[in-house]
Write a protein that binds this ligand. Structure first.
Ligand code: ZN
Length: 357
């Protein structure tokens, strides 16, 4: 590095010399121009030629100096770069070593012993199991969701009917209260009428008349309320009837869908149980980070595929072409390779015949 710097300094000095030469040439040129004014045109032309030649030489030298400088700078950068790369590599190595140490500490002996090929195989098995379970779920289709929806709807209707029943009860209580109020008012009126027969003066008679009038108004008010409540009761009872017929319909639908679903589940239950157990066994073999990655890819993939094979030189998930070298890498089973287009994990197609699910 010091050598390069020295070279740069030398070059700069050379460049300085070249610049000096150029200045001298210019001065000479100025003198020549002066001469031209006094001497003949021919002589002037000769001088001009000489100046031009001198100038050209100076320019060439300057150019050479610049090139040298460029080379020196390039060298400096290269040296710097190499040093940096070395440093980074060393740091990476250290980090890797630390990581490895940590991982080995965390890993159970079973996981630590597993080779990349076995990891890939386990992932492939995992995918095959998940795909089989997906198939069973597809067979059930929307039925589980439909059953759930119907159950929710039925629960909603039942709550609605119960609420309306409560309202009907309270309205009926209100009506009977009003009826009792009317009865009391009628009793009072009867009493006042009897009292009117025995009044001593007009003032007492008028006072009783006012009471009778008041109670009559009370009765009218109660009757009005009873009419209102009865109308409300009619509306609510209609809603209840509607809800009840809706409820019966839904209960019928639910029974049909449930028996349909039960039939499918009964057909596939055994198969599914075996697959789920197998899935759990495989999951133990795969380290948690890889499993999480697998689950994340699967969640984002439309077809639920996180691990795919190479089919007709293309990714089995997104069908983008895979370069031959990459295909060889996949075949070698030495690395976990993901599709550069869709991110799915790519495995050797031979696993299909090696792994039976
Ligand atoms: Zn892909």
């Amino acid at each position: 590095m010091a050598k390069a710097t020295k070279k740069t300094t030398t070059t700069t000095a050379k460049k300085g010399a070249a610049t000096k030469k150029t200045t001298t040439t210019t001065a000479k040129k100025g003198a020549a121009t002066k001469k031209t004014t006094t001497t003949t045109a021919k002589k002037g032309a000769a001088t001009k030629k000489a100046t031009a030649v001198k100038k050209a030489v100076a320019t060439k030298k300057a150019a050479a100096a610049t090139t040298k400088k460029g080379t020196a700078t390039k060298k400096t950068i290269a040296v710097k770069k190499a040093t940096e790369t070395k440093k980074i590599k060393a740091a990476e190595k250290k980090a890797e070593a630390t990581k490895k140490g940590k991982q080995e500490k965390k890993k159970t002996p079973e996981q630590a012993d597993i080779s990349i090929e076995e990891k890939l195989k386990a992932l492939f098995e995992l995918q095959s199991c998940d795909s089989e379970i997906d198939k069973i779920k597809t067979l059930r289709g929307e039925l589980p969701l439909e059953v759930q929806d119907l159950e929710d709807e039925i629960a909603g209707l039942e709550t609605r009917i119960n609420n309306f029943n409560d309202e009907v009860k309270s309205l009926e209580t209100e009506v009977s209260n009003k009826k009792n109020e009317i009865k009391s008012a009628e009793i009072l009126i009867k009493k006042y009428v009897e009292q009117q027969m025995n009044v001593r003066n007009n003032r007492e008679f008028d006072s009783l008349s006012k009471e009778i009038e008041f109670q009559t108004l009370e009765i009218e008010l109660c009757e009005k309320r009873i009419r209102e409540f009865t109308a409300q009761l009619k509306d609510k009872n209609e809603v209840i009837d509607e809800s009840k017929s809706g409820l019966e319909e839904r209960i019928g639908d639910l029974e049909n869908k449930k028996s349909e679903l039960d039939e499918i589940i009964a057909d596939t239950r055994k198969e599914e149980d075996i697959l789920v157990k197998k899935l759990d066994d495989i999951k133990i073999k795969i380290n948690p980070r890889l499993l999480t990655a697998y689950q994340r890819i699967r969640l984002n993939a439309r077809n639920g595929l996180a691990v795919v094979t190479v089919q007709r030189d293309a990714c089995g998930g997104c069908f983008n072409k895979i370069p031959p070298q990459r295909q060889l890498d996949i075949k070698s089973r030495k690395k976990i390779i993901v599709c550069e287009y869709c991110g799915r994990i790519l495995v050797d197609d031979d696993f299909t015949s090696e792994v039976a699910v």
